[in-house]
Design a protein around this ligand. Structure first.
Ligand SMILES: *Cc1c(COP(=O)(O)O)cnc(C)c1O
Length: 368
């Protein structure tokens, strides 16, 4: 079976991890944590980086920085992983959804303004599947209405919007370094922030809100969301070759683009004029006439040795939120179509040329 994503771990990563282990700094202090935070923040063009345990906890901290009061609203796309909406709900906020743009599969910025109310505090942009969302109109709306912009950039390491790196455009950026992300530390995440106040607060929240002067005196409640120095060592190795990683993901995607260009009733991932996509996943979307066959197509590909994964299911269709009384009778047709007709195919960094040829011939056979 050709897996949808297998991580690439190099001799350099192993050398750095061994060095961290040999140094004895195996918990959440050490030179690799400082280096990883500095280098990732600099790469994304942000002044402060706070490494954390994963991408979901990075979102918890980012949302905590908003200081939401019960009933405050945060606007985010319906079509996403659950982490961002979950962080908002856990913080006592109300997630307010917008549908996706059918071409870019990103949150439809034209719908954002209509959803702004006096209770809106933030726009939580989730860049989807390696492609940036349209940030300029979002930043303009935020400015006009005094809102904070959080970018969940877990899927867009190195992707660019008009030449600026994702996760460095809004006020707060969050990342995951899970094994299937472009840069990985096994498990891991980071929060990038613009202001020193946010940086200090995020560092405190990550570490149980211990106070520098009086360690066991607590003024507020935090979390233990720390990353280890060993994980950060791997991250330093991964950041050193992010340029190659991005180039390789684009190369795999362009080979698929060329091979699948003529297939009927299939939408390939596209790159908007203002975007440099990193194709975190290579997602195919079946046309409306074929969506009933998605499960069968995925199972035929599996029989040919090609692993696939279905797209996200929209937040409004999640039983857990329905039971909380959220999103009742709301409908987001584009998110629903993506969820039913979309799946992605192998494009991990360890994919060989031969494996890619097998994927191409299998997809053409099943979908041609
Ligand atoms: C992977 C991912 C997350 C969650 O990251 P974890 O490290 O798995 O907690 C959050 N948001 C998006 C958009 C993701 O793709």
């Amino acid at each position: 079976m050709i897996p949808v994503c297998e991580p690439l771990i190099t001799a350099r990563d192993i050398e750095l991890v061994n060095d961290a282990l040999s140094s004895g700094w195996i918990s959440s202090a050490g030179k690799y944590l400082d280096l990883f935070e500095e280098r990732w923040a600099a790469y994304c063009g942000m002044p402060h980086g706070i490494a954390v345990s994963n991408g979901s906890t990075a979102l918890d901290i980012a949302v905590d920085l908003l200081g939401l009061e019960a009933g405050d609203e945060v606007i985010l796309p319906a079509f996403t992983i659950i982490s961002p909406a979950q962080s908002v709900v856990r913080a006592g906020g109300v997630p307010v959804l917008v549908d996706s743009d059918p071409d870019s599969r990103q949150m439809d910025v034209a719908q954002v303004e209509r959803r702004i109310t006096p209770r809106t505090r933030a726009i939580l942009v989730v860049h989807i599947y390696g492609h940036p969302a349209d940030m300029d109109p979002i930043m303009a709306l935020a400015e006009k209405h005094g809102l904070t912009v959080i970018e969940d950039a877990a899927e867009v390491h190195g992707a660019e919007y008009k030449g600026r790196r994702c996760g460095g455009i809004g006020h707060i950026g969050t990342f995951s370094f899970y094994a299937n992300k472009l840069v990985t530390t096994g498990e891991g995440g980071m929060v990038l922030v613009k202001s020193r106040e946010h940086a200090e607060r995020a560092r405190s929240l990550r570490n149980l809100c211990f106070q520098p002067g009086r360690r066991f005196l607590h003024e507020s409640l935090g979390y233990n969301y720390r990353m280890t120095n060993v994980q950060a060592a791997m991250g330093v190795g991964q950041v050193e070759r992010i340029g190659e990683t991005v180039a390789r993901k684009r190369e795999i995607a362009h080979a698929y683009d060329a091979a699948f260009a003529g297939l009927p009733s299939i939408m390939l991932p596209i790159e908007m004029p203002w975007a440099k996509s990193v194709y975190w996943v290579y997602g195919l979307v079946l046309g409306d006439d074929r969506t009933t066959g998605t499960v069968e197509i995925m199972s035929r590909l599996r029989d040919l040795g090609v692993e696939t994964r279905p797209f996200f299911l929209g937040m409004h269709e999640q039983p857990v939120f329905q039971r909380m009384g959220l999103f009742r009778n709301e409908s987001y047709p584009v998110a629903e179509r993506l969820a039913r007709g979309g799946f992605y195919i192998p494009n991990g960094l360890s994919l060989t040329a031969e494996q890619q040829r097998t994927v191409i011939s299998s997809v053409r056979e099943v979908l041609g």
